[in-house]
Design a protein around this ligand. Sequence first.
Ligand code: FAD
Length: 545
Amino acid sequence: MLRLNELKLPLNHTEAELPAAILARLGINADELLGFTIYKRSYDARKKTAIVLIYAIDIALKNEAAVLQQHHHDAHIMPSPDTSYKFVADGAAIAARADFQRPVVIGIGPCGLLAALILAQMGLRPIIVERGKIVRERTVDTFGFWRQRKLNPESNVQFGEGGAGTFSDGKLYSQIKDPKHYGRKVLTEFVKAGAPEEIIYVSKPHIGTFRLVKMVESMRENIEALGGEYRFSSKVTDIEIEETADGRQVRGITLESGEQIATNHVVLAIGHSARDTFEMLYERGVYIEAKPFSIGFRVEHPQSLIDTCRFGPNAGHPLLGAADYKLVHHASNGRAVYSFCMCPGGTVVAAASEPGRVVTNGMSQYSRNERNANSAIVVSISPEVDYPGHPLAGIAFQRELEEKAFHLGGGTYNAPGQLMGDFVAGKASTDFGAVVPSYKPGITLTDLAQILPEYAVTALREAFPAFDKQIKGYFKHDALLTGLETRTSSPIRIKRRDDTLQSLNTKGLFPAGEGAGYAGGILSAGVDGIKVAEAVALSLAAEKA
Ligand code: FAD
């Protein structure tokens, strides 16, 4: 196979124009082309009236060597890299040993899901413990919160089968370095579980929330068929650590029911909201440090405004879908303000997991056809300056802000909101404008400046007008701000060794995914799950020797 990159065609090109362009680019006749597949398709919309599709194509040829030789100076033509996934250990042989102890995966979000799947595919029969419920029951609880204000602290947007990404936009891209093509393995497994095939090749794939629910179920069936075992409503409340001559070694976990599971290998994929578990790990002496994260608001605009600004006359084209955006502003007080987790054609969701606290996030369906675009607009904060003194101080800071949001919203799980123009002008809002809020259970209009630190308010007030230079119309008086975004990423890092991926001071503990500070999104969490599953398998294999 040969890879041809940067093949550009107009947005409205016909099906026949793609093979014709391949032949022309390679300078070959039609009978030399055996077949081709699209590896990636992206677009360049810088010229709105002449949007261009950019392809990377894998091509089968009668005489590949000759074509490669002919184009050996062309940086865009090369042998296709091998992106197939290869297992790192003979799991069946390890599992057949008399002293084999099954690895445990804590948390079945994207990270735990991919870790469990790889372990199961290797024949290592993982035990998966998840504090929340199976995804269908969890869906009932989550919608119950949004509609009836009844929060179940163990079954909500953050906790339960599928993890935090289940009720989401299902964006499946990331900027991580991925030399081993693990991202492709994640996407391939998602397609096997029911995701649309296009996620493999479009540059910004997304699947929306309903499909995610079905995929998570299908992956569970697969893992169980391979010998994995799930325990739901099984919160891990303690971890057994033995002090050995070689240092600290995990020996098992305890569930809330009191049940203990003996194991030497624990994948800790608990997400960024497992605050009680972070506290337990800290008390057990697991090395944890504070890390930076960001705080701010969800912002809603009409999707049509974003579409027109990004795509001009091509707005609404089926290959482009609802437009997204990415914004950054470096404020004069030294703070970076940026857009995060943008959800085109989606809704703002109540993402709290603790009673008496309000947190926002965003989600969408596959069609992305809701009337509003929403995105978090957040300000970077760091432990050195903003929450110094203790590894868990970021959690206390988050809680304080989320409580303020709850009270400012009226203490009913309504979120506090404000029109963008009023926020910048420093006056409380009293009426909605043309932007109809999507947040359920509801919004209480107020003055949002009361709940964020002064530096964040100053930076945001500067950023919104500045963003108007990047997206004309962005600084819109009645664009709606909803508060608060506090869980943009984990406030801690459970540090691990670069070589073995085990906790810095506790062997057998594999901190993974977003909660441990090693991922930020569904795809990167899945990729980290694969890496950690491999590290577990290699550690188990080494035990034999
Ligand atoms: P999580 O998904 O948080 O999973 C952790 C799991 O561990 C949970 O199921 C939890 O119940 C369980 N757990 C925690 N503590 C314990 C315990 N003590 N015992 C047992 N189980 C425990 N990312 C994107 O890339 N694209 C998006 O479009 C997107 N949209 C989002 C929308 C929303 C509403 C939210 C909340 C997040 C969104 N994200 C999105 C972020 C993404 O969901 C996370 O980055 C990702 O889920 C992190 O994966 P994870 O497996 O590391 O952790």
